[in-house]
Structure formats: structure tokens, C-alpha cells
Design a binder for this molecule. Structure first.
Ligand code: MLT
Length: 213
């Protein structure tokens, strides 16, 4: 077995076996503790798996290298998305949990988007808060019926509206069941993000007896 639990992470077991586990992916400068409260609110009773990004930018953890704000080192995006997908698989075996739904913010949402495009089997779906296109080109992928929620801010100074719309369109074209509300907000999360994510989680089909947490 590969030693794929090599991400610093937190794991909280769930107490509602039918609730999908969440893979929590923090933004730049965050860590494995950041999104635990959000995860607990968005899906009470879900198991929570929360790794810390391994790339350091001026000491701030991230999930992949960037060359400038919004300009990504795509070779690194690919490598890190594969590494994270391997970690998820190993963590599923270690903790006995089903395929998780990603809940990512900003840089964490972008690595989740890359995983959907490169390793779709690693995720049962995704909530992508303030996300953008992670890779200029990918080979066609089958995301048939995978539920994806993208929540954007129309005043986001980092992510142009056209960019998140392009990601939503390409995931939908691959078959994902995409919802893409745009809030009157900037890059930071608002209470509306929480409400929308929580409501959306209620619409995710219940797990069917797969590796209960
Ligand atoms: C990224 O680098 O993933 C995006 O620019 C978002 C960010 O982390 O600021």
C-alpha cells in the first residue's frame, strides 16, 4: 500500500451514515482547521476529511503553485490534483468512508475543480466557492450526473465572472449537474454562501450503503 496519508489533515467521523463525507479544501493561507466549522454547518453529521495544502507561498499553505494571482503552474496543478486524489483514496480506506463531496474555497475550490477534470472518481460531487478554471486544456472526462455547486461573487476582484461561467459550462458539458448562483458579493464568503451550500446538500442523493463512516 502506498503511503498516501502524507498530507497533514484532520478527520472527524460522522454520526449520520447516510450523509456524504466532505473533503474540506481551504483557501490560500488556510489550514486543515479552517473549514471544519463550515463543513459541520453545511452538512451536520457528515464525516469531515480536511487536508492542509502542501505548497507554501511566502509561508502560506496552498494546494498548488501559482505564477501570479490567477495564473497557475499547470504542471503543478496536475501533479497536486493526482496526489490529492491518491490521498483521498487512501484516507477512504483508512477511515472507512464513502467517496466524499468536496467543499472548497478559492484555491481549495480550484484544486477540487482540477480533481473533477482529472480524477473524477475521487469525488462524489463538489461545492466550489469562488472558483475559476484551473487548467486551460484537459482531455474529455465523464462527469455524468455528478452534482456540482459553484457559488461566485459578482464583485470578486480575483475571478472574472466570465471565468467561473466558463468552468460551469465545461463541467456541464462533461455531464455534471451544475448549479451556479452568483451572489452580490466579493471573494470572501457570506452568509448566503452557507445557506445555499446547506440547501444544496439536501438535494444530494443519499448514499447507498457504501463504506459507512
Ligand atoms: C488561486 O491561486 O487558486 C486563486 O488565485 C485563488 C487564490 O488562492 O487566491
Amino acid at each position: 500500500m502506498r503511503n498516501d496519508l502524507a498530507f497533514i489533515h484532520r478527520f472527524e467521523p460522522g454520526d449520520r451514515p447516510e450523509a456524504p463525507p466532505l473533503l474540506l479544501l481551504h483557501g490560500t493561507g488556510g489550514d486543515e482547521n479552517d473549514l471544519l466549522p463550515l463543513g459541520r454547518s453545511v452538512s451536520p453529521g457528515s464525516a469531515l476529511l480536511s487536508p492542509r495544502g502542501k505548497v507554501l507561498e511566502h509561508g502560506m499553505p496552498r494546494f498548488f503553485r501559482r505564477l501570479a494571482e490567477g495564473v497557475f503552474d499547470e504542471a503543478d496543478v496536475r501533479r497536486r490534483a493526482e496526489e490529492l486524489a491518491d490521498f483521498v483514496q487512501a484516507a477512504r480506506e483508512r477511515y472507512g468512508i464513502a467517496t466524499p463531496v468536496a467543499l472548497g474555497f478559492s484555491n481549495g475550490a480550484n484544486i477540487a475543480a482540477a480533481m473533477l477534470l482529472l480524477r473524477p472518481e475521487a469525488l462524489a460531487g463538489a461545492i466550489l466557492l469562488r472558483t475559476m478554471v484551473p487548467l486551460a486544456q484537459t482531455t474529455p472526462v465523464n462527469l455524468r450526473n455528478k452534482p456540482v455547486l459553484i457559488v461566485s461573487g459578482e464583485l470578486d476582484p480575483i475571478i472574472p465572472a466570465s471565468n467561473s461561467a466558463q468552468l460551469a459550462a465545461s463541467l456541464a458539458k462533461a455531464g455534471a449537474n451544475v448549479q451556479h448562483p452568483v451572489l452580490p458579493a466579493g471573494h470572501q464568503l457570506t452568509r448566503a454562501d452557507l445557506t445555499i451550500a446547506k440547501d444544496w446538500m439536501q438535494t444530494i442523493p443519499l448514499r447507498q450503503g457504501e463504506g459507512a463512516a
